[in-house]
Ligand binder design. Structure first.
Ligand code: FAD
Length: 193
């Protein structure tokens, strides 16, 4: 894409991309699809390229008044990671799984047809709106396979189904799978001794 850079994202036309970095629909690295370290490595390279450009009239030495970590950086090492930045793919994922499993934990044991509709609609909308577009796209592909539609007829069914969905992502990322017998201990009642 040739779209103009966002004001909050450094962009150099030919900035090298760290291996494996996921781009957003605008052709720039997607914050919520990459780890902070990958995003940060890319943005320091992009910033350096802008600073080194012969057409650059705003050298870093003139821009020390801003408080962003980009202000005085002329090296290519990853920038310091601060806690009040937009979430990366991992932080977003952890927070999202917390919300999803917590919803299942409070879902009725015998939901009405309307409540079941709400759960199905929520998952469907979620799969369209999840901010990591590449995660969302793969999640939709998984949802559309036979046998993977949300099971919402009880709390137990919904919690198990979410656990299986989460395990699918765990497996894809090379992480250990979770014992779905224990999802309620993790997300509703606390661990047994
Ligand atoms: P998380 O996987 O975030 O899990 C948080 C906690 O949940 C764990 O500490 C554990 O106590 C518990 N838990 C783990 N597994 C289960 C389970 N099966 N059932 C119940 N509880 C469990 N990241 C990518 O890099 N690429 C992707 O394509 C991608 N797709 C995603 C799709 C979705 C729908 C979501 C919500 C997230 C996705 N993520 C993706 C993020 C990824 O799943 C993790 O959230 C992220 O890597 C951080 O992992 P974590 O090890 O901190 O624990």
């Amino acid at each position: 894409s040739t779209s103009a850079p966002d004001s909050d994202t450094p962009s150099a036309p030919n900035a090298p991309l760290p291996k494996g970095i996921v781009l957003g629909p605008d052709g720039k690295p997607c914050r919520s699809c990459n780890s902070k370290s990958a995003f940060s490595a890319w943005s320091s390279l992009a910033k350096k390229q802008i600073n080194d450009s012969p057409n650059n009239t705003h050298s870093t030495s003139k821009s020390t008044s801003t408080s962003t970590p980009f202000a005085s950086s002329t090296h290519t090492a990853p920038l310091p990671i601060s806690n009040d930045c937009p979430p990366d793919v991992e932080e977003l994922g952890r927070s999202t799984w917390t919300l999803l499993h917590s919803i299942a934990a409070q879902y009725p044991t015998t939901p009405s047809p309307t409540q079941q509709d709400h759960a199905r609609t929520f998952i469907s909308s979620f799969s369209q709106l999840y901010p990591c577009w590449s995660c969302a796209s793969e999640f939709r592909a998984w949802l559309s396979k036979d046998g993977n539609a949300p099971r919402v007829s009880s709390r137990s069914d919904f919690g198990r189904w979410l656990c299986e969905a989460h395990n699918e992502v765990n497996t894809k990322l090379g992480k250990k799978t979770f014992d779905c017998e224990r999802w309620e201990e993790r997300w509703r009642v606390g661990w047994k001794d």
